[in-house]
Design a protein around this ligand. Structure first.
Ligand code: ZN
Length: 326
């Protein structure tokens, strides 16, 4: 990382935190990446307890339990799994979390009411992925495009009954380009955007629910290394904090709703899908399970599971609204 980028990061972190508290942050540079100590996270966010269990560090207070593990990118906050940009490291006996993970992930999750621009959204744009000539994933039971639409309709019904204004990018089995989806969403003001998908791949072994939000500037698409274009500021980056808060609420509620059928948690991840880069609202993309997994394929096909996913999304939206409201 060059000097300017590092300075920018420090500025971002500083802006998020009151100055007097910032003076207390213990920062360490690890191979060019700025990190902060878990101890200073404990102090700043007023955790009452910091314990070590093997390679894991656990911070707790009455409201939150946060767990990170040395050499791991997994971070749990109240049992919701987040995939960090940089692995947690140990340095002179202290556990360290990277500053970009602190400012772009941990802080907005721990302090959602500090999120700028989240404001009061009035419209929910639901985007059932694929459609028409593009079925998305397929298996012996059905097409992803149908499942996506089924779930979106159920979310719409729940939210409409709660008084939300809901827009669907498609209401039937029709084909839309990604740009058309973005254009529909960007016609509205004060909105949030939820793209609904089901997964496939991983040689029939992969399974579980995962939620994507746009990678912050300088952060790669999940599983790829950083490209030059990753440093460009995208529309969606104006909502980095809101994106992660929205993902947290929806991912957490969806896992809760699907708990009885034991769908694994693949975590909240960063991606550069074009709907996430170009939509001008807080946005997430949810993958509600793997159609390529023999057990999950059957579960996904059942209307009761589709309803659980829909309930999770709708409840997550309501939670998010309550969390960001000042
Ligand atoms: Zn899809």
């Amino acid at each position: 990382m060059n000097h300017t980028a590092l300075r920018l990061l420090l500025v971002i972190v500083t802006l998020l935190m009151p100055l007097e508290a910032f003076a207390k942050w213990e920062t360490v540079n690890v191979r060019g990446t700025p990190y902060v100590t878990l101890n200073s996270i404990k102090t700043f966010y007023k955790f009452s307890r910091y314990s070590r269990e093997g390679k894991s560090g656990i911070l707790t207070n009455s409201a939150v339990k946060m767990q990170v593990t040395i050499n791991s990118q997994e971070c749990f906050m109240n049992r919701v799994k987040f995939i960090l940009t940089n692995p947690v490291v140990e340095h002179s006996g202290r556990m360290l979390v990277s500053q970009i993970d602190l400012s772009k992930l941990i802080d907005p999750v721990l302090r959602p009411s500090y999120i700028g621009r989240a404001g009061n959204f009035t419209t929910v744009v639901l985007d059932p992925g694929h459609g028409g000539k593009d079925a998305g994933a397929r298996n012996q039971y059905g097409r992803e495009s149908t499942y996506n639409l089924n779930v979106a309709r159920k979310v719409r019904d729940i939210l409409t009954a709660q008084g939300f204004k809901v827009i669907m990018t498609r209401e039937s089995d029709r084909y839309l380009t990604l740009q058309q989806r973005v254009n529909i969403a960007n016609r509205y003001r004060n909105a949030i955007f939820i793209s609904i998908h089901f997964n496939a791949g991983g040689r029939r072994k992969a399974r579980g629910i995962e939620t994507f939000t746009l990678s912050p500037q300088g952060v790669a698409h999940y599983g790829r290394s950083v490209r030059a274009s990753d440093h460009k500021l995208q529309n969606g980056n104006y909502h980095d904090s809101a994106n992660i808060a929205l993902a947290t609420a929806i991912h957490g509620r969806t896992l809760q709703q699907t708990k009885s059928v034991k769908i694994p948690d693949r975590g909240i991840k960063r991606a550069r899908y074009s709907v996430l880069t170009s939509v001008k609202h807080p946005a997430i993309l949810l993958e509600g399970g793997f159609m390529s997994h023999p057990v999950e394929a059957r579960i996904i096909h059942s209307p009761s599971y589709q309803y659980r996913v829909a309930r999770g999304i709708a409840e997550g939206i309501m939670r998010y609204q309550a969390a960001v409201r000042r």
